[in-house]
Write a protein that binds this ligand. Structure first.
Ligand code: GLN
Length: 551
C-alpha cells in the first residue's frame, strides 16, 4: 500500500481488499442483505469474504437493548452480543462471525477513553478527528490482516447524512484516499421511489443522498437501487450521470419474494463482476451455487404447509425473533413444507381461552425472553402442548417455562417458579447461576456464546443430532435447579443433555410425548441455508406428522 506519514494503516500487514456499503434516502433498505449477497457471490467464486457491521449508536453493544429497539440480539460463537445483521451474514456465508465483526460508536469511544485514562495520548487533546476516526479505521482494517480473507465487506449502519454516522463516513473517506484505488470500493444502497400518480420512478432522493456522500469526500463506485419497478436504461443513465458513476455500475435491486433470492438477483446484475473488476481480482471461478439454488427451489415449491404457533411477547416486531423465523424457513425447505408462523402474544393467553387461541396449530415454539411480562401465558401454552400431545419446542426461557409447568402441574409443586420472576419462589426450579450471583453490571455479563453439551444416547436429542457431543450458543443468567432433578426424572421429564464441566441442564424432554423438547441454548443462532439447525428440522418434521394426522 501507499503509506502516508503516521497513518494508522501503517500498523497493518493487510492483503485484503475492502468494500464499504453505505445507505441513503431511508433506513431499512436491506444493506445487510446486499452486503451478505455480495459476500455470498464472492464466496461462490472461491474468494474468501467476511462482513462486519459498524453501528452508530452509543450502546457498547446491543446486549442491553430492548428487542423493540433494534430487534433480536444476535450472539456469536465467542459470546459477543451483536446486531442481527450478523445473523444474516452467517446464514448466507455459513461461516461464523465474532466480536470483531460488530463495532458500535460506544465501543470506539470506550477504547479511546480508556487509552486516554491510561495516558497513552501523551498529553495531546483527544478529538473526534483524528483519534476517534483512527480507532474506527483500525477496527475497519482489523479483519483484513494475516491473509485470512481476500475481501472484507463493511456495512455502515444508519443513513448517510445522519450526524452520528459522520465519523464512520470520514473514516471511509480517509481509507478510500489512503489505499490504492484497486483495494477499496464503496457501494451505496439507495431507494428509487415509484410515484403511482405520475407513473414515474424518481431519482432525485438518490441524487441528493449521493451528493451528500460526495460532500463528505466519499465517492461511490456502485449505486445499488432498491426499486419496486424495473429501471430502464434512461433512468440508469440519469442516475449514472448525476451520481458520477459509470452506467454499468448502476444496479437494480428489485423487491424479491425472499431474501435468499437476492444473491441470484445480484448475480444477474453482475454486482460480483463489477466488484472483482474494480478490486482487480483476477483469480476466480464460475459461481458454485448448486446447494443454494436447491434450497431456493424447495423453498419456493413447498408440498404442504404446517402451522406453528410462536408464543412470545415481542411478536408485534418480527425482527425480535429474526433467527427463529429464518430457522423455520431453513427447516421448512428441508421438509418441503411452508412453515406458516402464527404469532400468539403470550400476554393474551389465559386458561379460559387457550383452546381457542391454539386450536389448529401443528406445533408450538415458546420463545426466549426476559422478565415477567407474558410468563403465565407461556406456561399455559406449554401445558396445552404437553396435554394435547402437540409438538413442543422451548428455547431458553421457553425451556424454563416447560420446567416450571411440569413442576407445578405434574410433580405438584404449587408455586414453583424461576427466581427471575419470583425471587422468593416456594420451589425455585429455575435458579440464578452461581457465577451470576456476584455480577452487578448488566452489559455483556450473561453466560454467552458457545458451550459444549453431552447428549444421552437414549433420547430424542440424540435422534435429532445423531451425536453425543454438540456445541451450541447461549445467552442466559438462570438455569435448571439440579436439586429438583430427581423429582423431575421420577415423574418423566428427562434431562438428556448437560454441560460436561458444570452439570448444567441443557436439554429436557418428555419421552412419553411425540415431540416435546426444551433447550437452554439458542439453536436458531447456528441455523444456516447450508446447515439448517437439526432441532428445527426435526421439530418441523414432527409438526408435519401432526398436520398429516389431522388431515
Ligand atoms: N431470562 C432467562 C435467563 O436469563 C432466559 C433468557 C433467554 O431466553 N435468552 O436465563
Amino acid at each position: 500500500m501507499i503509506g502516508i506519514a503516521f497513518s494508522i494503516l501503517d500498523e497493518f500487514n493487510f492483503m485484503a481488499k475492502y468494500i464499504f456499503v453505505t445507505g441513503g434516502v431511508t433506513s431499512s433498505l436491506g444493506k445487510g442483505i446486499i452486503a451478505a449477497s455480495l459476500a455470498k457471490l464472492l464466496q461462490a467464486r472461491g474468494i474468501t469474504a467476511t462482513i462486519q457491521k459498524f453501528d452508530p449508536y452509543i450502546n457498547v453493544d446491543p446486549g442491553t437493548l430492548n428487542p423493540y429497539e433494534h430487534g433480536e440480539c444476535y450472539v456469536t460463537e465467542d459470546g459477543a452480543e451483536t446486531d442481527l445483521d450478523l445473523g444474516h451474514y452467517e446464514r448466507f456465508l455459513n461461516t461464523p462471525t465474532s466480536q470483531a465483526n460488530n463495532v458500535t460508536t460506544g465501543r470506539i469511544y470506550q477504547t479511546v477513553i480508556n487509552k486516554e485514562r491510561a495516558g497513552e495520548f501523551l498529553g495531546k487533546t483527544v478529538q473526534v478527528v483524528p483519534h476517534i476516526t483512527d480507532e474506527i479505521k483500525r477496527r475497519m482494517m482489523l479483519l483484513g490482516q494475516d491473509n485470512k480473507y481476500d475481501v472484507v465487506i463493511t456495512e455502515i449502519g444508519g443513513t448517510v447524512g445522519d450526524i452520528e454516522s459522520l465519523p464512520f463516513v470520514e473514516a471511509v473517506r480517509q481509507i478510500q484516499w489512503e489505499l490504492p484505488s484497486e483495494d477499496v470500493m464503496v457501494v451505496h444502497l439507495t431507494l428509487i421511489p415509484y410515484l403511482k400518480a405520475a407513473k414515474e420512478l424518481k431519482t432525485k432522493p438518490t441524487q441528493h443522498s449521493v451528493r451528500m456522500l460526495s460532500e463528505t469526500g466519499v465517492h461511490p463506485d456502485v449505486i445499488v437501487c432498491r426499486t419496486e419497478e424495473p429501471l430502464n436504461d434512461e433512468i440508469k443513465r440519469k442516475i449514472a450521470l448525476f451520481c458520477n458513476v459509470k452506467q454499468d455500475a448502476v444496479i437494480e435491486a428489485a423487491d424479491a419474494s425472499t431474501i435468499y433470492e437476492v444473491p441470484l438477483l445480484m448475480l444477474q446484475e453482475k454486482l460480483d463482476l463489477i466488484a472483482m473488476k474494480k478490486l482487480n481480482i483476477q483469480t476466480y471461478k464460475e459461481p458454485e451455487l448448486t446447494k443454494w439454488k436447491g434450497f431456493l427451489d424447495k423453498l419456493k415449491h413447498p408440498k404442504g404447509v404446517v402451522n406453528i404457533g410462536l408464543i412470545g411477547k415481542y411478536i408485534e416486531l418480527q425482527d425480535a425473533y429474526k433467527s427463529i423465523l429464518e430457522s423455520f424457513i431453513h427447516a421448512g425447505a428441508m421438509n418441503e413444507v411452508k412453515v406458516n408462523v402464527v404469532n400468539v402474544h403470550s400476554e393474551n393467553i389465559t386458561a379460559e381461552n387457550v383452546n381457542e387461541k391454539l386450536d389448529g396449530l401443528d406445533g408450538l415454539l415458546v420463545a426466549p425472553g426476559f422478565g415477567n411480562r407474558g410468563i403465565e401465558g407461556k406456561i399455559i401454552a406449554v401445558q396445552y402442548a404437553r396435554e394435547n400431545k402437540l409438538p413442543f419446542f422451548g428455547i431458553c426461557l421457553g425451556m424454563q417455562m416447560a420446567v416450571i409447568e411440569f413442576a407445578r402441574n405434574v410433580i405438584g409443586l404449587k408455586g414453583a417458579h424461576s427466581v427471575e420472576m419470583d425471587p422468593n419462589a416456594a420451589y425455585p426450579v429455575i435458579n440464578m447461576m452461581e457465577e451470576q450471583k456476584r455480577i452487578k453490571m448488566m452489559g455483556g455479563t450473561m453466560r454467552l456464546g458457545s458451550y459444549p453439551c453431552e447428549i444421552n444416547k437414549d433420547s430424542l436429542a440424540y435422534q435429532i443430532y445423531g451425536t453425543t457431543h454438540i456445541n451450541e450458543r447461549h445467552r442466559h443468567r438462570y438455569e435448571f435447579n439440579n436439586e429438583y432433578l430427581a423429582q423431575f426424572q421420577e415423574k418423566g421429564m428427562v434431562n438428556s443433555g448437560v454441560n460436561p464441566e458444570t452439570g448444567l441442564v441443557e436439554i429436557v424432554e418428555l419421552p412419553d410425548h411425540p415431540f416435546f423438547i426444551g433447550v437452554q441454548y439458542h439453536p436458531e443462532l447456528k441455523s444456516t441455508v447450508e446447515a439448517p439447525a437439526p432441532i428445527f428440522v426435526h421439530f418441523i418434521a414432527a409438526a408435519k406428522k401432526q398436520a398429516a394426522l389431522k388431515a
